[in-house]
Design a protein around this ligand. Structure first.
Ligand SMILES: Cc1cc2nc3c(=O)[nH]c(=O)nc-3n(C[C@H](O)[C@H](O)[C@H](O)COP(=O)(O)OP(=O)(O)OC[C@H]3O[C@@H](n4cnc5c(N)ncnc54)[C@H](O)[C@@H]3O)c2cc1C
Length: 530
């Protein structure tokens, strides 16, 4: 029998939610091991091709009943594959009550109290403002169309080193220029410099009670085959005084559900109230002559990757509909976004009539691809998603290297639909003005598509509707802290990573102050940046 290892802290997952507390606890002198189900790739290993088995090694597309979710699967988590749009959530988000009838967020968290942590993350990543001269064509078209329709539109702040960025537009594959400021460039190396150990291809299955005196929890994992994540090559257990659970909003509730027979009942909100961040995609098919005549813009001749937008994938956004005085479910942002070819079925679904995927029709569609503008609406949704029972292993049933079937049931409520409809109408008014283009509704697959899963183990003050207290501790299970996107209580109306990171910074600071209560000694003020 394998000897059980012990550590002060086991961190599960190495995205924003895992790397940040992992760093602070290691910097304080705690012994920290970070278990990550995905592989570890260095900057030079990220590829510029779209073959199965290259970029697909580090991102999963998980199909559920009513929602399809993309999520990172590697050391650094979704920060490695994300598009790096880094925005603070508007103040009204923290005051939301949804259909609950009372404030959903904990009373101690507001935009004002979170600003300190936002500012810290922006400095550490760091986040840059994109100057207008670096905004690529698609972002410029969206900004000019908004302006012509009487709206403001701004460059999106990004966690990208703009001096290093080559605009290659392979961000989904991980940045091989080291320009995207993923966790691989900041918190993770800092954590390792302080002694944290990272173990890739270690998938945590469950948490049970520890058997070693002085330790609280036993974290059970399987080791995964690097060529086929469905195959396990071994397994083990590490006992810890503290567990930081940060397997992402798609993973954290599943691990907890599976742990209930070992640890006792979980809070009712585990695996409920899931939100895809109110994400909705729509398209505009532009008339390039009108773009020239009305907006005064045209593509440079001989543009590389002609069929796709060149440049960073997210560049401009209109904040005009984030009006705090509007009723809830009527506020949203509209952001230009480039979709990589992996999701090229999306624009096809936007064409009136039945989707056509093969043959001449497809050729005709892709010949117009250069004139497609895609817009991401981020609305106020109603936390409708519910997880079903967990699969025997893993976070979902993996059917291939990058694809799986999950347990979520997601049915759009009338409130969420109201936000979708209003944001569709706003986008249509902008892109159809004077025949600039044609707004395409997403008519195909009824699934909501999201890269922003949230809220499946959320914080709050009411034990009936939240799984975590306002310090991110799992109710009824002292010493388990959930610090990832699953803790975020509601959709945010903007891209969520900066909020996930700010909340993880806040949770880390609160935890460091009382780590001694759990038998973990940390030196105060030991975190430093170089
Ligand atoms: C393609 C894409 C583009 C995006 N673009 C943006 C953007 O531009 N701006 C923005 O703000 N947000 C963006 N996001 C969302 C953002 O990346 C996430 O909100 C954020 O990374 C969530 O952080 P997290 O720590 O909760 O989860 P993740 O960063 O997903 O980290 C979870 C980690 O846990 C690991 N894990 C899961 N299960 C287990 C297990 N059982 N055992 C061990 N490890 C496990 C995962 O492999 C992963 O590494 C994007 C996401 C994607 C997928």
């Amino acid at each position: 029998m394998m000897a059980v290892e012990t550590r002060d802290v086991v961190v599960i997952g190495t995205g924003f939610g895992g790397s940040i507390p992992g760093y602070y606890l290691a910097a304080g002198g705690a012994s920290v091991v970070m278990l990550e189900r995905g592989p570890r790739l260095g900057t030079e290993e990220f590829t510029h091709d779209l073959q199965i088995g290259t970029y697909t090694r580090i991102v999963d597309l998980i199909r559920n009943d009513g929602v399809e979710v993309a999520a990172g699967n590697c050391v650094g988590g979704s920060s490695v594959v994300y598009f790096a749009a880094s925005l603070r959530a508007p103040s009204f988000v923290f005051e939301r009550s949804g259909t609950l009838g009372r404030r959903i967020w904990p009373a101690t968290i507001s935009r004002r109290t979170l600003d300190h942590w936002y500012e810290r993350v922006e400095r550490i990543l760091p986040v840059s403002e994109q100057p207008w001269e670096q905004i690529p064509y698609a972002g410029g078209v969206w900004a000019a169309a908004c302006s012509r329709a009487g709206h403001t539109c701004n460059p999106v702040p990004v966690a990208v080193d703009l001096g290093r960025c080559t605009n290659c537009n392979f961000m989904l594959n991980g940045c091989r220029f080291g320009a995207k400021r993923s966790m691989l460039l900041n918190y993770i190396p800092a954590a390792e410099a302080c002694g944290a150990e990272i173990r890739p291809l270690h998938e945590v299955e469950s948490i049970g009670p520890a058997s070693t005196p002085g330790y609280r929890y036993a974290v059970n994992y399987l080791q995964l085959d690097p060529d086929d994540y469905r195959v396990s090559t071994g397994g083990g257990t590490i006992e810890a005084k503290l567990v930081i659970l940060a397997a992402g909003a798609m993973g954290t509730p599943v691990i907890l559900q599976r742990s209930a027979p070992l640890l006792g009942p979980m809070p009712a909100a585990v695996g409920r109230h899931f939100s895809p961040n109110g994400d909705r995609v729509s398209m505009a098919l532009l008339d390039e002559t009108k773009v020239h005549d009305l907006l005064g813009l045209e593509r440079a001749p001989g543009v590389a990757y002609d069929a796709y937008f060149v440049g960073r994938p997210i560049t401009t956004i209109t904040y005009d509909y984030l009006d705090a005085t509007l009723p809830e479910f009527e506020r949203f942002s509209l952001e230009q976004i480039y979709f990589p070819p992996i999701v090229n079925i999306v624009p096809e679904d936007g064409i009136d009539g039945p989707p056509v995927w093969f043959g001449v029709d497809k050729r005709t569609l892709t010949s117009r691809w250069r004139s497609w503008l895609s817009v991401l609406h981020m609305t106020e949704d109603n936390n409708e998603g519910v997880f079903g029972p967990p699969p025997p292993t893993g976070n979902f049933v993996r059917i291939s290297v990058a694809a799986g079937v999950g347990q979520i049931t997601y049915q759009v409520s009338p409130e969420t639909q109201r936000g979708f409809d209003l944001s569709d109408a706003a986008t249509r008014a902008i892109v159809e003005q004077d025949g600039l283009g044609r707004h395409l509704l997403w008519l195909g697959d009824r699934n909501t598509l999201s890269a922003h899963p949230l809220s499946s183990c959320r914080m709050g003050d009411d034990p009936a509707t939240s799984a975590l207290d306002d310090r991110n501790e799992l109710r009824g299970h002292p010493g388990i802290f959930v610090t990832d996107a699953s803790a975020v209580p509601t959709s945010l109306c903007v891209n969520p990573s900066l909020t996930v990171a700010a909340l993880a910074e806040r949770a880390s600071a609160l935890l460091l102050r009382r780590a001694g209560d759990y038998g973990v000694t940390v030196a105060p003020g030991s975190a430093r940046w170089w």
